[in-house]
Design a protein around this ligand. Structure first.
Ligand code: ZN
Length: 221
């Protein structure tokens, strides 16, 4: 097992740190021998490997996009590979994979963003309309934002706001955020009464919250 860095300081205990890029750092007391460190790392090998795999997966999904052939882009919870193709219309399309025209390559990020926004508007509007009709909620309209960490919000006049990034998440997660905001039309707070209403509409809502906590960072370009 490769140790990327050993930091010896005036501390009494050892600490194993797997960094964002998956590298392994060991913090050790001043007098710790290389053998002691090696033994510890060997003993914790399984844990380290699991951590490194998770870190590398997350890192691969959150580093800035390069818009190159074979790179993965999320849509409704699935990763689709990108293919750069000749021709010019449309600039970006999705079937078995994403197809981006060479002429659109210089402004690929803007093209992707516009595509995601348009899909978000369509699908989130449909989901909100469906859940509202089923449960007697009345809202003004659905608005798509570019918020980075706020998945949704409910405006005072009944406008529902959702970030376009949400369209990269699985539909069940999108539905949870839609339900979360719809439920705020009746309860402006996060009280017990509020969460009971969310639970009534989506009994497994906590799973979706967990998904967003674990994967929210990957919903970006
Ligand atoms: Zn809320």
């Amino acid at each position: 097992m490769k140790i990327d860095q050993i930091i010896r300081t005036r501390r009494k205990t050892f600490a194993l740190i797997v960094q964002r890029d998956g590298s392994l750092v060991v913090r050790a007391p001043l007098r710790a021998s290389d053998k002691q460190i090696g033994d510890l790392v060997q003993e914790k090998e399984k844990w380290i490997i699991a951590k490194q795999e998770a870190a590398r997966r997350m890192y691969a999904n959150t580093r800035p996009k390069e818009f190159v052939n074979g790179e993965g882009f999320l849509y409704l919870g699935k990763s689709y590979k990108l293919a750069i193709v000749d021709g010019n219309q449309p600039a970006l399309s999705l079937s078995d994979q994403f197809y981006l025209t060479k002429s659109a390559l210089p402004h690929a990020e803007a093209v992707f963003k516009a595509w995601y926004k348009q899909r978000a508007k369509q699908i989130i509007s449909e989901r909100a309309a469906w859940y509202a009709a089923q449960n007697g909620f009345v809202y003004q309209r659905v608005n798509i934002t570019g918020a980075r960490t706020r998945w949704g919000s409910c405006g005072r006049r009944g406008t529902l706001n959702f970030t376009w990034r949400l369209i990269m998440a699985p539909l069940r997660v999108i539905d949870y955020v839609v339900i979360h905001e719809l439920a705020h039309l009746k309860q402006k707070n996060h009280s017990k009464v509020y969460w009971n209403e969310v639970k009534r509409l989506m009994p497994d809502y906590q799973q979706q919250i967990g998904w967003l906590k674990a994967n929210g960072d990957t919903l970006r370009l």
